[in-house]
Structure formats: structure tokens, C-alpha cells
Unconditional design. Structure first.
Length: 186
């Protein structure tokens, strides 16, 4: 066998492996971007619920202006954020904290807790939070697999050549950790 043929026999599988590895990085990057858009959709859904929730609470607890203002400002900040998870974490955690304070007000206002509108909004927020946490777990799982490949030998060689860098996880506190009872009070 000629030296060229030997080199070709050795180089061809290596070249095929490099192309497959590169294409897998591209697929994983697209999967991460897609799963981030699911997280972003749930964040927007949560943002859209907040004005109605604030308006409902304000009707029963108008003198709780500090809490209401905190939530409104936190929402404004969260809506203004653009980009990936690393940009959203601070604003979303601030918003989640404000929402927890807002929901805690219901314990001090029995009429609010008995309000059908408030209970409906609260249930919808709980559903949204569940969906957000599920989307976040899926996103973080995709990031974990991608980052593992970026840092593992031999795929790290392709990652460096192709400019594939580690991606950030998205860690956000749930807005409804301990939701007061959503049953109607008698």
C-alpha cells in the first residue's frame, strides 16, 4: 500500500469523526436555543399575569403600596432584560421575591383569599411556575450535556476549533414556593 493510501485510510475516519462531532455541537446548540425559547415563553407568561394580580390585590390591600410598587418595578426590570439566561437570573429572582411577598398578603386579607379572581390568577401563576420550572430543567439538562462535551476529550478539540463555548445554566427561584390554600373560605 502506498504512503498516500495509508494516510488516506488513517485520515478519513478522523475527518468523518470531526465532521460528526462538529455537527453534533451544532445540533446541541440549536437544542439549547430552542429550550431557552421555551423558558422565555414561560417567563413572558408570568410577566403577563402580574398586572392583573397586582390590580386584584390592590383592590383589597390598597395601603400595601410598597409591596405593590416593588412587584411592578421588578416586573418592569424583568421585562426589559434581553439575551440569555445569564442576563435574566438577577431580574427574575427579584421578581420572584416580590411575587412571594405579594402572595403572602393574601394571608392578611381574608376577603382577598376569598376572591374568585385572585384564586384564578393564583392558580394560573402556580401552573405557569410549574411550566417554567419544567422548561428550566429541560434547558439546564441540555446545557449540561453540551458543556460536558465542550469539556471532554476528544470532543473539546472540536469545540475549540469550532468556537463552541460553555453555556450558562438558568437558576431562578420559584415565585410560588408555599402557596396559601386556594380553596374558597367558608
Amino acid at each position: 500500500m502506498s504512503p498516500w493510501m495509508t494516510a488516506l485510510v488513517v485520515a478519513a475516519p478522523l475527518l468523518v469523526w470531526m465532521m460528526v462531532s462538529f455537527n453534533r455541537f451544532v445540533s446541541q446548540r440549536q437544542l439549547i436555543d430552542n429550550s431557552w425559547s421555551n423558558v422565555d415563553t414561560e417567563l413572558r407568561r408570568r410577566h403577563d399575569l402580574i398586572p392583573n394580580l397586582v390590580e386584584t390585590v390592590e383592590g383589597y390591600a390598597a395601603h400595601e403600596k410598597t409591596t405593590l410598587t416593588t412587584v411592578i418595578e421588578a416586573r418592569r426590570g424583568a421585562v426589559a432584560v434581553a439575551g440569555g439566561p445569564e442576563n435574566h437570573e438577577g431580574a427574575e429572582n427579584l421578581l420572584a421575591s416580590g411575587l412571594r411577598q405579594l402572595l403572602a398578603l393574601s394571608e392578611a386579607y381574608p376577603d382577598l383569599l376569598a376572591s374568585e379572581r385572585f384564586l384564578d390568577l393564583q392558580r394560573e401563576l402556580v401552573t405557569t411556575e410549574d411550566r417554567l420550572q419544567a422548561a428550566r430543567r429541560l434547558f439546564n439538562g441540555n446545557v449540561r450535556e453540551y458543556n460536558r462535551r465542550v469539556e471532554s476529550i476528544p470532543s473539546m478539540l472540536i469545540a475549540r476549533i469550532g468556537g463552541f463555548r460553555r453555556r450558562s445554566y438558568f437558576e431562578v427561584e420559584p415565585a410560588v414556593a408555599d402557596v396559601p390554600s386556594t380553596r374558597r373560605m367558608s
